[in-house]
Write a protein that binds this ligand. Structure first.
Ligand code: NAD
Length: 480
């Protein structure tokens, strides 16, 4: 592809250019332009929503075999091309190649899972309390769903919104992140050839302004958003004004509790994978390591040793453990928090600095703070980088209280050999997902995903639970 080529938006079954262009740059190599992507205007967003509205009645009544076949074709193609798509993802977003390929495969499996879900749509039949009357409870598609996604899982998150939306008979207007248009475009290109009628799926690329145009659009029935809490709050205000159904998945400040009886190697592995892999740019990243007294010093020493062995480099280079930060703005944010943590009295135990590599890129050393307190900003606000901090706890009870002392509630992990404490933690962690002797990041695609408190709003995503958001319930009474 030449750099002057512009990858267009996809609206009403047509590829449509735009006046404004997004330039997508490889964060591992700032001299490598991944591509140029059309930034949809507000008018084009309106056209996409109108096309989706027009396509909805026929699509929602279409036979389920056809819907299942289309989703299956999409998933099968993504799986067949997982290496190429994974490479594109790593080049665009900066996670390592094995992580990129793994995510591409996950996106394929998600489409195939929802191909199966199409055939499992079901209702309920009950007797009425009034004799001679039957009651039917069924589910129907919502209509037009606006999907707004972040950059950090640029294949998987679009897949886990688009696939259920289409599976349950909705039409889609998809607004991906401006930092990851290449992955979004690649998905759209596959969907455009999968046999969907015009208008059922639309891609409108662009930044916050395109997202605003979509959320303000009067033709939407629902919005599913994944991104930061700040943007989520803005989307929520607009959705409330318009009375639109809303699902928000936002940030995390996920704790990993390490107890005295933990297996040290398991604890260090969970911390390294959960806090630093994917450059820490995961909503489920373990950014707070809550460690009890008896193991604290051994844990910190072992973790520092492991951090020294991690290879930070080009996401596509063999052997890289940690790729670059996604862009200059996120890198500045990470460095700001590193400075703030030190000003607040945290002890820098490892990293904290930018790294130079053969290619110009946004490289940051994995960074660990020790002797931090729950009140520090580093422990209250989401950084979204390869930065974690250790909080000392005197015992399990204090560790649990610290784990829950956060406005977020996405995921929490515990490393312990005590079944009783693991069970207690599963029950009392105020989150949507709990991990026992596993990293907080790394989840399956066929089970519910989501959180509580400031992390999430609305029904869960993924697995069969996705239908709670993407369908509406109808109760019919029939005189026998
Ligand atoms: P972001 O909030 O900056 O952007 C998310 C999306 O919203 C992008 O597509 C962006 O263009 C769009 N947007 C920006 N302003 C908008 C507006 N005013 N109206 C409508 N749309 C607008 O988030 P990001 O930096 O792309 O992603 C990182 C964040 O996503 C982190 O906070 C992370 O925790 C969160 N995240 C959450 C989950 C989850 O499932 N809980 C998963 C991945 C990422």
């Amino acid at each position: 592809m030449t750099t002057s080529h512009m990858n267009p938006n996809y609206i009403n079954g047509e590829w449509v250019a735009a006046e404004r262009v997004l330039t997508d740059v490889n964060p591992s190599d700032l001299d490598d332009v991944v591509g140029r992507y059309a930034e949809a205007s507000a008018a084009q967003v309106g056209e996409a929503v109108a096309a989706a509205r027009a396509a909805f009645p026929a699509w929602s009544r279409r036979g389920i075999q056809e819907r299942a076949d289309i989703l299956d074709r999409i998933g099968t193609e993504i799986l067949a091309r997982k290496e190429e798509l994974g490479r594109l993802l790593s080049r665009e977003e900066g996670k390592t190649l094995p992580e990129g390929i793994g995510e591409a495969a996950r996106a394929g499996y998600i489409f195939r899972f929802f191909a199966g879900e199409v055939l499992r749509a079901r209702g309920e039949l009950l007797d009425s309390v009034r004799p001679g009357i039957g009651v039917e409870i069924s589910r129907e598609a919502l209509g037009v769903v606006g999907l707004v996604t972040p950059w950090n899982f640029p294949l998987a998150i679009p897949a886990w919104k688009i696939a259920p939306a289409l599976a349950y008979g909705n039409c889609v207007v998809f607004k991906p992140s401006e930092l990851a248009p290449a992955c979004a475009w690649a998905i759209a290109e596959i969907l455009a050839r999968a046999g969907l009628p015009a208008g059922v799926f639309n891609l409108v690329m662009g930044g916050g302004a395109t997202g605003e145009a979509l959320t303000h659009s009067p033709g939407l029935d629902a919005i599913s958003f994944t991104g930061s809490q700040a943007t989520g709050a803005r989307v929520a205000a607009i959705a409330a004004e318009r009375g639109v159904r809303l699902q928000l998945e936002m940030g995390g400040k996920n704790p990993l509790v390490v107890l005295d009886d933990a297996d040290l190697a398991v604890a260090v592995n969970c911390a390294v994978q959960g806090a630093y892999y994917s450059t820490g740019q995961r909503c489920t990243a373990s950014s707070r390591l809550i460690v009890t007294e008896g193991i604290h010093d051994r844990f910190v020493a072992a973790l520092v040793e492991r951090l020294g062995q991690l290879k930070v480099d080009d996401a596509l280079a063999p052997g890289t453990d940690i790729g670059p930060v996604v862009d200059a703005r996120q890198l500045e944010k990470d460095l700001d928090y590193i400075r703030i943590a030190q000003e607040e009295g945290a002890r820098l135990a490892f990293g904290g600095t930018r790294l130079e590599r053969a290619k110009r890129g946004h490289y940051l050393a994995p960074t660990l703070f020790a002797e931090t307190t729950a009140a520090m900003r580093i422990n209250r606000e989401e950084v979204f980088g390869p930065v974690a901090s250790v909080i000392r706890a005197k015992d399990y009870d204090e560790a649990l209280a610290l784990a829950n002392d956060t406005p977020f509630g996405l995921c929490a992990g515990i490393v312990t050999t005590a079944l009783k404490l693991a069970a207690d933690f599963k029950r009392n962690a105020e989150v949507g997902m709990v991990m026992v002797n596993l990293p907080t990041a790394g989840v399956d695609y066929h089970v519910p995903f989501g959180g509580r408190k400031g992390s999430s709003h609305g029904p869960r995503e993924q697995g069969a639970f996705a239908r709670e958001f993407y369908t509406t319930v109808k109760t019919a009474y029939v005189l026998a």
